[in-house]
Design a protein around this ligand. Structure first.
Ligand code: OSB
Ligand code: MG
Length: 393
């Protein structure tokens, strides 16, 4: 990859490299909200987004900062979490549980926050920032610390609902020309079979999947059976966001593999889903499951059951994107994910270099410590609308 040398700007790389088992004292936690307009609106069955409000978390440890992105949305529509709930639970509960504590590994963070139920996206940002601190302290790439082995990850794109079929076809062409290896289309009643007929007749052989974000009910099984004619890689989250049982009923009725996104919030959910036949594939989003530790559990459970996984996306800035890239290097990420180039979302990303995808549709990882990307703190400052720092009381 060109321009891969990270400047490490904004991330104190620690004047003294800490020994491998050094303890990391959590001295302060900073939350920032930045606002970033999307290059193109993104529409799912639950609504349209033009601009993102993004919550960034910085964990300050002795001599070492770690950054992460909280993927909670602007509204509690994808999940019950949203940017305000994440901010509040971090201030009132999660930050106090971490501040002043010393840990040696990011994976120790979940136990410290276990008393709080749910709020997985808020917890994930804190835990993931600590993994970044650990990786930089140990001077190892985050992807290696997570146990990854891939040197490059396969990329797909998620294409939202458009204003017209023509616009959709044009977008698909653009992404295929850019080299993306799988196209995922958002669907809902009225924007499904009709568009798939057109897309499949123009591109009979591309890897194609759909994501319904819970737009259907089990009553529509006859309608959903129509998806089987399009040779789809999967249909993602057709039914209720918190359901496994009815997805298992539906999977028995369909040839197309069901992939679960919203329904999987833990390793236990993944085990139940696979055991009960609710899905054959799982979309892992590190925020949705509560952090890297739980994401690795989901990954390992799926691997043990020969169920492939792929990495989902939440319209992340470069900070969340870089963490998705690191996670995607784990062995069972066997399908192209929704992790794509910065330029598809942002005029200017807040990391450098921006995430780039090769003409073959891959993102390469490197040997630099942490995520391997530098921060554009000047730009973050410009985009910032609020900031709050917490210290031990
Ligand atoms: O269901 O995967 C989803 C974006 C926001 C909320 C939910 C989803 C998505 C995407 C976009 O599909 C993935 C991306 O490009 O980041
Ligand atoms: Mg999805």
């Amino acid at each position: 990859m060109p321009g891969r040398e990270s400047t490490d700007r904004g991330l104190k790389s620690g004047s003294a490299t800490l020994p491998t088992d050094a303890s990391l004292k959590i001295e302060a936690i900073t939350l920032r909200e930045i606002q970033m307009p999307l290059v193109h609106f993104f529409e799912t069955s639950f609504g349209r987004t033009y601009s993102r409000r993004i919550l960034l978390v910085t964990v300050h440890c002795e001599g070492q900062d770690g950054w992460a992105e909280c993927v909670a949305g602007e509204d509690p529509f994808y999940s019950s979490e949203w940017i305000e709930s994440a901010w509040a639970v971090t201030r009132e509960y999660l930050a106090p549980m971490l501040l002043g504590r010393s840990i040696t590994q990011g994976r120790q963070a979940p136990a410290l926050m276990a008393k709080v139920r749910g709020h997985r996206m808020a917890k994930a940002a804190l835990e993931n920032a600590l993994w970044e601190v650990e990786a930089r302290a140990k001077q190892v790439p985050l992807w290696k610390l997570l146990g990854g082995s891939r040197r490059e990850i396969a990329c797909g794109v998620s294409i939202g609902i458009q204003d017209s079929l023509e616009q959709l076809l044009e977008k698909i062409q653009t992404e295929l020309d850019a080299g993306y290896r799988r196209i995922k289309l958002k669907v809902k009643p009225g924007w499904d079979i009709n568009i798939l007929e057109k897309v499949r007749s123009r591109w009979p052989d591309i890897l194609l999947s759909v994501d319904a974000n819970s737009a259907y009910t089990l009553d529509q099984v006859e309608h959903l059976r129509n998806f089987d004619q399009f040779n789809l890689l999967m249909i993602e989250q057709p039914l209720w966001n918190d359901d496994l049982y009815y997805h298992a009923r539906l999977q028995k009725e369909l040839r197309t593999s069901i992939c679960l996104d919203e329904s999987i919030e833990s390793g236990r959910d993944a085990a139940c889903a696979i055991e009960s036949g609710a899905c054959r594939i799982i979309n892992i989003k590190v925020g949705r499951v509560g952090g890297f530790t739980e994401a690795k559990k989901v990954h390992d459970i799926c691997a043990a059951n020969q169920a492939p996984v792929w990495c989902g996306g939440m319209l992340e800035s470069g900070i969340g994107r870089a963490q998705n890239i690191a996670l995607s290097t784990l062995d069972n990420f066997k399908l192209p994910g929704d992790v794509s180039a910065s330029r598809r979302y942002w005029k200017e990303d807040i990391i450098e270099p921006a995430v780039e995808v090769s003409s073959q549709g891959f993102i390469a990882v490197n040997e630099q410590p942490g995520t391997g990307y530098g921060l554009r703190e000047d730009l973050i400052e410009k985009l910032m609308v609020r900031k709050e720092t917490f210290r031990p009381s």
